[in-house]
Design a protein around this ligand. Structure first.
Ligand code: PM9
Length: 470
C-alpha cells in the first residue's frame, strides 16, 4: 500500500488541499425527524431511488447530474444557440472533446445510456461477446439488448473489497486471451473498458494495462471502446500511483490513455460537471457515419443529440474545468477524507478508496443476512432512517437476473455506495456522514433483512419495492 497515497496532504508536508472555488449561492437542506423518515421509507418501498428528494438531508445517491456548475457554466447557459441545426454550442463542444480527449468525430447524446444504446446497436452482432472490466448496469443491458453477451475480464482482486492493489480496475489479459482462444476474435464485438470501474468501487485502470491490452488487441484486430464517464478521476490515480506519471498533468495523462482506445462513450453528468448530457467520440469515419445516422432516429439531430444548445455549452465549459489538476485533486481529496475517517473507525469499506464514492461492504456489516435478504439495500435503508442520508445499493439488486436462467446474478461484491457529488458538499458534511455510518454500524447486529415486493423487468434497482422480513 505504500505507493498508494491515502492522505493528499502527505505529499506536501503539512500543507492541506482545499477546494479551488468559493461558494456563491446556497441551497437550504431539509432536516426530518426519524418518524417522518420511517413513513417516507415505507412509502418508497425501502428503495432510496423512490424517495422524494425533499425528504433527503444529504443526498449521496449518485454523482450523476448532481454537480454544482460554475459561474462560467451558468454564463454559458445564457449563450445557448437554440437553432435546430448547426448550433454554435455544438462546435464549441466538438472542439473541447477533440482537444481534451483527442478523438476525431463527435456525436452528442442526451446522456450516457443514449450513447451506449447507439454504439451497441452500431457494432454488436447477434451472438458476439463483449468482454469488459466488470459490468455496469446500463452498459451491460444495452450490450445484451443488441444481441451481445457480456463477459467479465477484470482481474480477480477487483472482486475482493479488502485487496489493496492500486489498479483494481485492470483487465486480466489472460482472461481476454482465453476468450479469444475459445470463441475466436470474430466473435468479439470489442473490448469494453471503463475507467474508473464504478461497480468495483471506483477503481482505476493503469496506463501499463491499457497499453498491454492495445498490443494484444492489435494482434487480433479487436477494437477497444472506452467508457470515459470517470476517466478524469482515473487519470488522477495514474498520476498519483503509477511510475513515470507524477510530473504529468491530468490533461496529458487523459489524452495518452484515450490514444490507446478506438472510441469512447460518455455520461457527461459525471466528470464533465453538467446536470444533463452525454457524447460519443470515435476515430473511424465509417463508424461515425453509422452513429451520426442512428442519433437522428433515437436522440435528435447530430448537432444537438437530444440536448438544448445551452446544455451543449455548459458541457463544453465543464470539460475544460474538469481537466484542471486542482479540481480533481480536491474532488478526490474529499472522497479520501471520508474514507480515511471510516477506515480509522474500522468500518468495512472497499479499499483502496476509489474516485467518486465510498463503498460500504454490506456483507461485512451484516454477516447474519443472506445475500437474497439484500444486505446492501438494507444498509441504504438503515442509513436513511438514521440520518436522512441517501445512498445507493450496488449488490445483488443492481446485478439483476441472468437473462437465460432467470435466477439472480450473485455478485461477490455486496456494496452500499456513498457517492460524493462534485463541488456540492463541504468537509463538515463528510464528518456528519461518517458519524451516521458509525451509528448504523454500531446497531448492525439487530438489523433485519428485506424481501422483494415488486420487481420491474429492466434495471430493477431503480424501481423495485421491498418489505421488511419479520
Ligand atoms: N451511472 C451512477 O449513479 C447513474 C445512474 S445508475 C445506473 O453511477 C457508467 C460507468 C456510469 C453510468 C451511470 C453510465 C450511464 C454509464 N457508465 O446515467 O445514462 O456510471 O448518463 O450514464 C450512474 P447515464
Amino acid at each position: 500500500m505504500s505507493n498508494v497515497p491515502q492522505t493528499m496532504g502527505q505529499q506536501h508536508g503539512r500543507r492541506s488541499w482545499a477546494e479551488p472555488w468559493k461558494i456563491k449561492m446556497v441551497e437550504p437542506l431539509t432536516v426530518t425527524t426519524r418518524e417522518e423518515r420511517e413513513k417516507a421509507l415505507v412509502e418508497a418501498g425501502y428503495n432510496t431511488f423512490l424517495l422524494r428528494s425533499a425528504d433527503v438531508y444529504i443526498d449521496l445517491l449518485t454523482d450523476s447530474g448532481t454537480s454544482a456548475m460554475s459561474d462560467r457554466q451558468w454564463a454559458g447557459m445564457m449563450m445557448g444557440d437554440e437553432a435546430y441545426a448547426g448550433s454554435r454550442n455544438f462546435y464549441h463542444l466538438e472542439e473541447a472533446i477533440q482537444k481534451v480527449y483527442g478523438y476525431k468525430y463527435i456525436v452528442p447524446t442526451h446522456q450516457g445510456r443514449g450513447a451506449e444504446h447507439l454504439i451497441s446497436q452500431a457494432v454488436i452482432k447477434q451472438g458476439q461477446y463483449v468482454p469488459g472490466n466488470m459490468y455496469f448496469t446500463t452498459t451491460r443491458l444495452h450490450q445484451e439488448l443488441a444481441g451481445g453477451t457480456f463477459q467479465d475480464v477484470i482481474i480477480d482482486e477487483a472482486h475482493d473489497p479488502a485487496s489493496l492493489l492500486p489498479f483494481k480496475g485492470n483487465i486480466d489479459l489472460n482472461k481476454v486471451q482465453a476468450l479469444i482462444d475459445k470463441v475466436g476474435a470474430d466473435k468479439i464485438a470489442y473490448i469494453s473498458v471503463a475507467g474508473t470501474v464504478n461497480m468495483a468501487g471506483g477503481q482505476p485502470v493503469s496506463m501499463a494495462n491499457i497499453k498491454a491490452l492495445r498490443a494484444l488487441c492489435d494482434k487480433y484486430g479487436i477494437k477497444i471502446y472506452l467508457d470515459a464517464t470517470r476517466m478524469m478521476e482515473n487519470a488522477f490515480f495514474i498520476q498519483q500511483r503509477e511510475e513515470g506519471y507524477a510530473d504529468k498533468t491530468i490533461a496529458e495523462i487523459l489524452k495518452e490513455f484515450c490514444s490507446y482506445t478506438d472510441a469512447a462513450w460518455m455520461s457527461a453528468k459525471k466528470d464533465n460537471l453538467v446536470n444533463i448530457g452525454g457524447w460519443l467520440a470515435v476515430n473511424d469515419w465509417d463508424l461515425f457515419e453509422e452513429l451520426r445516422n442512428l442519433v437522428v432516429v433515437y436522440e435528435g439531430l447530430h448537432t444537438y443529440g437530444g440536448l438544448a444548445g445551452r446544455d451543449l455549452e455548459a458541457m463544453a465549459i465543464g470539460i475544460e474545468e474538469s481537466v484542471n489538476d486542482q479540481h480533481i485533486r480536491s474532488r478526490i481529496g474529499q472522497v479520501l477524507y471520508l474514507g480515511e475517517l471510516l477506515t480509522s473507525w474500522n468500518i468495512p469499506i472497499v479499499q483502496p478508496v476509489g474516485g467518486h464514492a465510498i463503498f460500504l461492504d454490506a456483507k461485512a456489516f451484516y454477516p447474519h443476512l443472506k445475500q437474497v435478504e439484500f444486505p446492501a439495500q438494507v444498509l441504504a435503508a438503515e442509513l436513511y432512517l438514521d440520518s436522512g442520508i441517501r445512498s445507493m445499493e450496488r449488490g445483488i439488486v443492481s446485478a439483476g437476473r441472468d437473462p437465460k436462467t432467470g435466477d439472480h446474478h450473485y455478485p461477490k461484491l455486496e456494496l452500499t455506495r456513498l457517492t460524493i457529488p462534485r463541488r456540492v458538499y463541504t468537509q463538515a458534511h463528510m464528518d456528519v456522514i461518517a458519524e451516521a455510518v458509525k451509528a448504523v454500524y454500531d446497531a448492525r447486529e439487530t438489523t433485519k433483512g428485506l424481501k422483494i415486493a415488486y420487481e420491474p423487468k429492466y434495471l430493477r434497482f431503480f424501481q423495485a419495492r421491498f418489505e421488511r422480513l419479520p
